[in-house]
Design a protein around this ligand. Sequence first.
Ligand code: CIR
Length: 268
Amino acid sequence: MIGSRSCHFTHAICRLPSADLSDGLRAIDTGTPDPARFAADHADYVAALRATGADVTVLDALDAFPDGVFVEDTALCLPEAAILMRPGAPSRAGEVAHMAPALAVAYGDAIITLPAPARIEGGDILVTETEVLVGLSARTDRAGVDALRAALRPFPLGLRVVDTPPGVLHFKTDCSLLAPDTVLATKRLAASGCFDGYKVIHTAEGEEAAANAIRFNDLVIVPAGFPRTAAALDEAGFTVRAIGNTEAAKLDGGMSCLSLRFSPPTIA
Ligand code: CIR
């Protein structure tokens, strides 16, 4: 299937938002997310993933980890193996051990750990059909990139180091893969040239927060509230589903952060 590595997935893992989100990390305090609204948006998100036919596991909330709902940062899931991340945010490091058992159900022992002192979070990694782009950021350092490069060596994917724009949390805060050869990106990120060779659809002016979307099977799932970017995606032929993101956004989270998406190897 075209895009089977980067766009089509049989499985996803999500985690319910913690009841107390007040200590969640954020660059700017715009208020504590409302738990009921966050839960309702999260349920819509899970339903959208399931509507594509995927097997979606929803893990219990981790009340000791207010950012635990942002599961993407805990692992990089490839068709060959799951690679456990080493989050650069100290308050998030413990989330990984809580994710590992759920990944073991799908991956068996095809789970790779990275050595210290690597620091790397899933939000900084964009997997396309042929390569892995890793953005250096406040959360992902050179040691993290080197450790990931070594872990990927057996697999048919190149790794390219790119820069996350200053002040932007993760590389994928500003971009998403839409199709094997097409990305959605903010103009500030695309201007770096990191997507040369790809078709680029830019977020509309003032709608930069729409860049964190996901292609998941037949859907492109975008945060609600960015109508001009959604219209551009629709015009380009994508099936767009908008999901409320006001509460996750208060913790700098978006559509990619809320799931791990993968097609695991067949395990005996
Ligand atoms: C954090 O700062 O770590 C969380 N509040 C947001 C994480 C968003 N994750 C992602 O973009 N992959």
